[in-house]
Ligand binder design. Sequence first.
Ligand SMILES: Cc1cc2nc3c(=O)[nH]c(=O)nc-3n(C[C@H](O)[C@H](O)[C@H](O)COP(=O)(O)OP(=O)(O)OC[C@H]3O[C@@H](n4cnc5c(N)ncnc54)[C@H](O)[C@@H]3O)c2cc1C
Length: 409
Amino acid sequence: MKDESKVAIVGCGPAGMMAATVLSEAGLAVDIFEAKATAGRKFLVAGRGGLNLTHSEEAGRFAARYGSKAEIFSKLLGVFSPDDLRAWLQTLGIETFIGTSGRVFPKDAKAQDILKIWLEALGRRGVTFHYQHRWQGFSKTGGPLFLGANDELLEFSSQAILLALGGASWPQTGSDGSWTSLLTAKEVRIEPFRPANCGLEVEWSDYFRTHFSGKPLKNVLLRCGDQQATGDVMMTDHGLEGGPVYALSGSLRDLLEKSSPVPLLLDLKRDLPLPRLQEKLQQHRSKESLANFLRKTIHLTGPAYSLLREICSPEELQNTALLAERIKNLPIPITRTRPLAEAISSAGGIAFAEVNEDLMLRKLPGVFVAGEMLDWEAPTGGYLLQGAFSSGYQAALGILKWLGQQPQP
Ligand SMILES: Cc1cc2nc3c(=O)[nH]c(=O)nc-3n(C[C@H](O)[C@H](O)[C@H](O)COP(=O)(O)OP(=O)(O)OC[C@H]3O[C@@H](n4cnc5c(N)ncnc54)[C@H](O)[C@@H]3O)c2cc1C
């Protein structure tokens, strides 16, 4: 069995691969271990809907996206920033561009192209890949233990270990959170995993579910407390999905932990201020149906009108003032978040109090952690991948320091 590995990286996702990049550039022998038969499965899934690598917004605003962890991320982003990410991608021959929303995407390359180029670059620097190696904890000497493809127990020795095992959403990609028991056994505090950037459940009537599941609500505004998000929302069998829903899902999740249902306020006519809407609705309505009247006066059509009917009482629909109020603030009763397995990302993971500024576990010297397995969350918009890249980079610098090595300038 191979035994000369200097640094063992466990988890071949963006965080682990970024650390491998830094460490191999500094000339260290790096072995990457991955439970799945191939690398970067969640990265590839992220590429399906357009790979949003990072965001171009100003540093302070960027760090604020990490909520209560903004200060920690301000430091991490200072070490490996969105600009550093773009510059590094360029060294791999991958050009990026800033979209109209400020989000950063690869110009021509797809996620699978980036992954291939990146894996080849690591291979050229001598990084060794061990697929179908599921981390099982530590050996008596502190090295990582793995379950191999034939259920054999494999032991490696290394001078430092980086765990970059991901969060707990989309378990089919390999990030199944099954590592938590191995670290709680070492008394490492792990906050429970919860869905982040996820769909929200609504108990639709059978009629509504049958007729309007799969229909979009265009250009609406969603509100929850002091948070709001705009864009298109998709109505599904279970409730609501889409960018603005994901953006508010963390706040809703927190409220749902206290009571259910929680109203999510939906503005179906966000470009029409309430007084103007009231004025329009006060126009004389002949014997035509409410559906026709709303279509002609305020261009409220199809799924939006049906949603209004689904949520409002007959009295609200007949009273012009109440109806206007409902069109601007339609309370959708959210009962639950969609399950963790379906969420784009997860909240929870290793508490930051458990790591030092180099992302080394205080209770396990020489063992570093990075990526989504740490307890942070951020919205979609490139913040998740950037968080994984920056923390992987920081952990690699920590490992170099631990081993008394210098990073490549
Ligand atoms: C549908 C979807 C779309 C997304 N789109 C975007 C986007 O556009 N932009 C963005 O910024 N982010 C996006 N993300 C999120 C992004 O993909 C993740 O934040 C990122 O992959 C996290 O990187 P990571 O390295 O921390 O973990 P992962 O990418 O989850 O990698 C962890 C690796 O560890 C391995 N592993 C786990 N347990 C073990 C074990 N016991 N032994 C060995 N190996 C193990 C896993 O198999 C996996 O390969 C998306 C996610 C999803 C699901």
